[in-house]
Design a protein around this ligand. Structure first.
Ligand code: FES
Ligand code: FES
Length: 238
């Protein structure tokens, strides 16, 4: 049985391959055989942690300043870090939740300059210079028992029982805050276009459902979520 690590390329074979390639108008510094052998020994060495097999380190961390909930925060982050991971893993702001990490559930919704975004799809570096608001930044104080200190949307979710397990709730609330602002600005939704009520669009329950459709709730608390947004937009709680 041949030694697993006896992978020194056979010089004669390699030279023969290179000659053949050149004859056909092709020239490669690295033949297929050499490539496979070299890749094999590198990965085998990495897997067993062989001394002398150096794994290249790519220094990717960069200094970054993020303005979160009104406070500037200096960090050193891998340039590929998502805003979601920066908030949760580096700033300890775990109110923002990671659901799918693929832009499909809305659990990670935060506000950037007042607009809602999926923080799992946003690079932290892309958010430099912007005002980032998370669920923790909506309340003026962090006392959940004092409704007067909560953002009206947070209070409405509490009053209307707009959650069950609560996992989607921070994203729902951030999304709802921005949806109400979008409505105030006269932004249309597909429902406004279908109903023709576009000037300004009336905030019906269908409008609320459509505008909140990027936020999924596995517990199915949708009727109460709609009631909470309705309470804030129309002052109607049921
Ligand atoms: S975690 Fe970002 S959309 Fe699901
Ligand atoms: S309250 Fe549980 S996922 Fe929405």
């Amino acid at each position: 049985m041949s030694d697993l690590f006896d992978t020194e390329p056979n010089r004669e074979e390699c030279e023969w391959e290179e000659r053949e390639l050149e004859k056909n108008g092709l020239h490669y510094e690295l033949t297929r055989r050499r490539f496979v052998q070299t890749a094999g020994v590198l990965s085998a060495g990495a897997a067993v942690g062989l001394p002398g097999v150096a794994i290249a380190e790519t220094p990717m961390t960069r200094p970054i300043t993020l303005k979160v909930n009104g406070k500037s925060q200096r960090l050193s982050l891998d340039s590929r870090t998502s805003l979601l991971d920066a908030l949760r893993e580096h700033l300890d702001l775990t109110g923002t939740k990671k659901g799918c990490d693929h832009g499909q559930c809305g659990a990670c919704t935060v506000l950037i300059d007042g607009r809602r975004i999926n923080s799992c799809l946003t690079l932290a570096f892309a958010a430099q210079g912007a005002e980032i608001t998370t669920i923790e930044g909506l309340a003026t104080k962090l006392d959940p028992k004092d409704l007067s200190e909560l953002h009206p949307m947070q209070a409405a979710f509490l009053e209307q029982d707009g959650y069950q397990c609560g996992y989607c709730t921070p994203g729902q609330i951030c999304s709802a805050v921005a949806a109400v602002e979008e409505h105030k600005r006269g932004a249309l939704s597909i429902v406004s276009l279908h109903t023709g009520k576009t000037d300004p669009p009336e905030i019906t329950d269908d409008e609320i459902r459509e505008r909140m459709s990027g936020n999924i709730c596995r517990c199915g608390a949708y009727p109460n979520i709609v009631a909470a947004v309705r309470a804030v937009t129309r002052g109607v709680s049921a």
